[in-house]
Write a protein that binds this ligand. Structure first.
Ligand code: SAH
Ligand code: DHB
Ligand code: MG
Length: 219
């Protein structure tokens, strides 16, 4: 069966409708974010459920998210770390302010610390603050061109059995993986290959929505 654009659109909608069951906080969040003028680029609820599921398979002590936007993915991740905490990084104050209100509404504010600023210096500071091997779950979703640099700073922090998940490793709004010269494609390809070849990690990408890289540090 040929994979036509229409068939792919149907497939994505089917997956979201089938696996994206959400509570009222998450259901209303997208509409509130659009009304507040935030870009419509949060993960879909099926991806949210995958983040939740994956986070909940780890030791669940500490998560780091790079790219908060309106807090949609952060709420899913925090709920997957019920006894842990999540540090989420956002450089845009408008997004950060909106997200903090959503964390309150969803009842996860006590678990989440939002760090404002550009991801690279914030990650560098976290590298000094946190002990190596103490992060159980990391999610990359900010500037795709910076993914390899995020990973260089995060790698020492990932615990044995801990997971790295990265969104948009096959494409996003303005490019797809077949556009081999796009800077975001080059950077996500570098991340994909780096993880695929890292002897300390098992890694694979799943073509859900715009592609998610999933990697686990071996015990
Ligand atoms: N993870 C969110 C969506 C994130 S969209 C969700 O699924 O709900 C990407 C976010 O990353 C935007 O809010 C953008 O402002 C932020 N961002 C982009 N580049 C950044 C950088 N270099 N440092 C920090 N945040 C950045
Ligand atoms: C864009 C960013 C994302 O993280 C995403 O999942 C989709 C689109 C964007 O910047 O267009
Ligand atoms: Mg994304």
């Amino acid at each position: 069966m040929e994979m036509t654009p229409d068939r792919w659109t149907y497939t994505c909608r089917y997956l979201e409708e089938t696996f994206g069951r959400s509570d009222r906080h998450l259901l209303g969040l997208r509409d509130r974010a659009l009304a507040a003028g935030l870009p419509d680029i949060a993960v879909t609820a099926d991806v949210g459920r995958l983040l939740h599921l994956l986070a909940s398979t780890t030791a669940g002590r500490l998560g780091i998210e790079v790219g908060t936007l309106g807090g949609f993915s952060g709420i899913w991740i925090a709920r997957g770390l019920p006894r842990g905490r999540l540090i989420t990084i956002e450089r845009d104050d408008k997004h950060a302010d909106f997200a903090l209100a959503q964390f309150e509404g969803a009842g996860v504010a006590g678990q989440i610390e939002l760090r404002r600023g550009a991801a690279l210096p914030v990650l560098e500071a976290l590298g000094h603050e946190l002990s190596p091997g103490t992060v159980d779950f990391a999610f990359l979703d900010a500037d795709k061109v910076e993914y390899p640099a995020y990973w260089a700073l995060l790698r020492p922090l990932i615990a044995k059995g801990g997971l790295l998940v990265a969104d948009n490793v096959l494409g996003s709004g303005s490019w797809w993986v077949d556009q081999v010269d796009h800077p975001a494609r080059k950077a996500t390809d570098t991340l994909n290959r780096t993880l695929a070849e890292d002897p300390e990690f098992d890694a694979v990408a799943v073509p859900l929505r715009e592609g998610l890289l999933i990697a686990r540090r071996r015990d």
